[in-house]
Structure formats: structure tokens, C-alpha cells
Write a protein that binds this ligand. Structure first.
Ligand SMILES: Cc1cc2nc3c(=O)[nH]c(=O)nc-3n(C[C@H](O)[C@H](O)[C@H](O)COP(=O)(O)O)c2cc1C
Length: 326
């Protein structure tokens, strides 16, 4: 399957779904309008459907995609994607074969974001139409364990002809062209699209990420979701990671809280997660526009290694053009 052709994309550029309110209809529509594929990030089902509808109605007949973070999937998410008119869905950070089957049955193309060959085989066994190969330099939560261009050929081999997109470290035409010449069907940008006007991140968060000299991988912001993630350091990482790792009691609370994250209703997860108290283990909720400025030093500043090469917040359409390998 030629994914770009099937979706009618003008450019082989996909904006990563960034959940918790970062990537809403505004960003997805701006990316799809510019000829790429915009993605609405995970949010409660009713809201997801409304955002997908809003984005689709702005860009139709161009497509819009949805992202699902599997540990936070609830009943209603699959229906929201179908009802919202998404043409593609990306499942990340887990597996849910029944959802893959239901989405494909409704004509939605399903990709799985994976970081190892074992995960790639499992995703394809579940019926995914293709893969997103995430490299370890990616921003946000990580399944990637090796550099993108090292993993990509092995993901392609496992995919046996199904399309594989590359994610991790792709921030300009050169990095996009390298991934495409290595066989990627399209490129996926997260950090590049975080740093756009239409992304709903707090402006101070974007400013901290722009040109940040380094990122770190941690499990610190793991309350409700204890998976490794890449962030730009801030006061919270300095406070809690002084000895190199977060205290043992915090790791214990975070791993126990993974169960809660899966069980409690999505609206409750969102509002609990946005409660930031300096003495509590920090939650996974991103720092959004409209939140108090102090949240930038309490919450996670998710970003990829390529942050150091990006020095400006730009309109999403400019970012799409910058990632087009041409
Ligand atoms: C701010 C931010 C939030 C992210 N949120 C999600 C998410 O909700 N779901 C998901 O599947 N991936 C998420 N990711 C990871 C992306 O899907 C992708 O793997 C990564 O951004 C690619 O690397 P890059 O940041 O170097 O472009 C996020 C990445 C960033 C930077």
C-alpha cells in the first residue's frame, strides 16, 4: 500500500498526535491544510470526536488522523474516531487487537508506533496496516531503544512490504530526506510540531524547548503512567533527580499508579493529572496554554533531542514545508 497516495497527501509529512490537549483540531487542521497529515492527540472520547469533526470539516476532503495512547484508551474511543471522520489512527504504547479490527472494519487505516522488532511483529500480527518506527531520540514517551535510522531497516524487514514511517529526530529537510532514502513511507514530527503557533502548549514551555541544549530520559513524570519519557530539564528534574534517579518511594508510587491510570474515568485522569503540587510525584500531564506559568517548572517539558536544532516557534504550515524532503 502506498500510504501517501491512499490518503491523498501532498507531502509525506505526519504530525505526531500529542495527547492531553497539546494537539487539538487547530494544529491538526493547520497541518492537513498544508498538505501533510494532522493528528488530534488523545483526549476523552466525546471531546476527541468533536475535535476530529472540527478539524475534518475545516480541511475536507483532506484527511485528519487520531492518536490513541493504549493504556488510556476507554470504551468510546474507537467510536469517537470513526464518528469523527478520522481516516487514520495511530496506536502507541500498547496493543489492543479488538480496536485495530474495529477501526479497520470501518475503513480507518491503522498504524502502530513501535520501538523494537518484537513490538513490530506483534503490531502486524494484530492486523495493523503499517508501522511508525520510533527511534530513541524521540520526544515524549519512549518505546524506541535505538537511533531511528538504525531501527528503520529492521522495522521495514519485519513489515514485509507494509508501510513504515520514521519518528525521532526529524526536524528539517535533511533529516526527513535521510529517513525517506532509508525506506520510510513518510516522516513523523513531534518536537517540530510542538514548536508551532497552533500547538496548545504553554508559550513558556515552547520557549524553554526552543534551542534547549540537552534533553534527558527519565521516569520522573510517571504518576499515572510509568513509562520512560524524554524531556527538557527544569526545576522539577533538578529537584527530584539530584542523585541521578528519582527517590525509590516515588518510583513505587508511580508504578502502582499505572493501574489507577488505566481504571479511572478519562475526565478524572485529566483533571487529577493537571493538579501539580511540588511535594507530590509529578504527573504526565503536559503544560498547556492557560495554565499558571509556574507549571513550567512542575510539569514535564516533553521534547526530543532535535530541540537543540530548532530555534523558533513557527506556523504549522511552515513546519510542514520544512519537513518535506521535496
Ligand atoms: C510533546 C510531545 C508529546 C507527545 N505525545 C505523544 C502522544 O500523545 N502519543 C504518541 O503516540 N506519541 C507522542 N509523542 C511521541 C511522538 O509520537 C513521536 O514518537 C516523537 O515526537 C518523534 O520524535 P521527535 O519528537 O524527535 O519528532 C509525543 C512527542 C512529543 C515531543
Amino acid at each position: 500500500m502506498d500510504l501517501v497516495e491512499r490518503l491523498g497527501l501532498e507531502r509525506p509529512v505526519v504530525q505526531a498526535g500529542m495527547g492531553g490537549g497539546l494537539a487539538t483540531a487547530e494544529l491538526a487542521a493547520a497541518v492537513s491544510s498544508a498538505g501533510g497529515l494532522g493528528t488530534v492527540g488523545l483526549m476523552p472520547p466525546r471531546l476527541l470526536q468533536a475535535e476530529l469533526r472540527a478539524a475534518s470539516s475545516r480541511v475536507a476532503p483532506r484527511p485528519v488522523a487520531a492518536n490513541l495512547i493504549v493504556p488510556f484508551m476507554r470504551s468510546g474511543h474507537v467510536e469517537a474516531i470513526i464518528g469523527g471522520g478520522a481516516k487514520l489512527a495511530v496506536l502507541s504504547f500498547g496493543f489492543r487487537p479488538a480496536a485495530v479490527a474495529a477501526l479497520r472494519h470501518a475503513g480507518v487505516v491503522v498504524l502502530h508506533q513501535v520501538g523494537t522488532v518484537t513490538e513490530a511483529r506483534r503490531a502486524l500480527g494484530d492486523g495493523a496496516d503499517g508501522l511508525i518506527a520510533q527511534g530513541m531520540q524521540a520526544g515524549g514517551h519512549l518505546v524506541g531503544v535505538e537511533p531511528t535510522l538504525d531501527f528503520l531497516p529492521r522495522a521495514l524487514e519485519a513489515a514485509g512490504g507494509r508501510p513504515v514511517l520514521a519518528a525521532g529526530g526529524i526536524h528539517d529537510r535533511t533529516t526527513a530526506a535521510a529517513a525517506m532514502s532509508a525506506g520510510a513511507a513518510a516522516v513523523v514530527g513531534g518536537t517540530r510540531f510542538l514548536l508551532t503557533d497552533e500547538c496548545h502548549a504553554h508559550l513558556r514551555y515552547k520557549q524553554r524547548v526552543c534551542g534547549a541544549s540537552r534533553t534527558i530520559v527519565t521516569t520522573l513524570f510517571g504518576l499515572g503512567w510509568p513509562l520512560r519519557h524524554r524531556v527538557v530539564p527544569n526545576a522539577a528534574t533538578e529537584r527530584w533527580l539530584r542523585s541521578g534517579r528519582e527517590p525509590a518511594w516515588m518510583r513505587y508510587v508511580c508504578s502502582a499508579s499505572g493501574v489507577l491510570g488505566r481504571l479511572v474515568p478519562m475526565d478524572a485522569v485529566s483533571s487529577l493529572a493537571a493538579t501539580r503540587v511540588p511535594w507530590m510525584p509529578p504527573s504526565a500531564a503536559p503544560v498547556l496554554a492557560g495554565q499558571p506559568e509556574g507549571a513550567v517548572d512542575l510539569g514535564p517539558l516533553y521534547a526530543g533531542e532535535c530541540a537543540r536544532h530548532i530555534d523558533a516557534v513557527v506556523p504549522a504550515g511552515v513546519a510542514v514545508a520544512a519537513l518535506d524532503p521535496g
